[in-house]
Design a binder for this molecule. Structure first.
Ligand SMILES: [Fe+2]
Ligand SMILES: [Fe+2]
Length: 155
């Protein structure tokens, strides 16, 4: 069994991050009352589960078993591994704190997929990463909107 390539390693961590994101939204949804916030959190959870599945398929297909020297250099130049360090979350953080961390993690996920899209030129794979980057950016916006509505308005 050959060593994993750098892109396979990144994909492996990305899968764990998707899992952690799904779990965070699921746990938080359980703690809030029934209503629009809970609906949104459940929707985010479902999308993260979908992301995980699509990344796993990519990994299973062996898409990144071989990578070129150019790709390896691009991964280094774009400092893609920097995005793998997850924003920490203390246990017992309240909803406000969770949303702050979640927003930062969504931003990092967006940047990671955006970088991966630059490193991969196979159309299907490239399209997937651009789709993921776009969805994570959408998550970030939705979380920020939720945060504003819940915590930054006077009513
Ligand atoms: Fe995701
Ligand atoms: Fe996300």
């Amino acid at each position: 069994m050959p060593d994993k390539t750098v892109l396979e390693n990144i994909l492996g961590v990305a899968i764990q991050r998707e899992e952690a994101a799904a779990a965070l939204y699921r746990d938080t949804a359980e703690q809030v009352e029934t209503g629009p916030v809970q609906v949104l959190l459940k929707e985010l959870e479902q999308q993260e589960v979908g992301h995980k599945r699509r990344l796993q398929q990519l990994l299973d297909k062996g898409t990144f078993r071989r990578i070129s020297a150019v790709q390896r250099k691009q991964v280094e130049d774009l400092k893609l591994t920097d995005y793998l360090v997850e924003e920490p979350l203390e246990p017992d953080t309240d909803l406000q704190g969770v949303l702050i961390v979640a927003g930062k993690r969504e931003k990092a996920s967006h940047d990671l997929y955006n970088g991966l899209a630059q490193v991969t030129d196979e159309p299907e794979v490239n399209e997937l990463f651009r789709f993921l980057a776009n969805e994570e950016l959408g998550h970030k916006h939705r979380i920020e909107t939720m945060y504003e509505e819940l915590f930054l308005q006077d009513n």
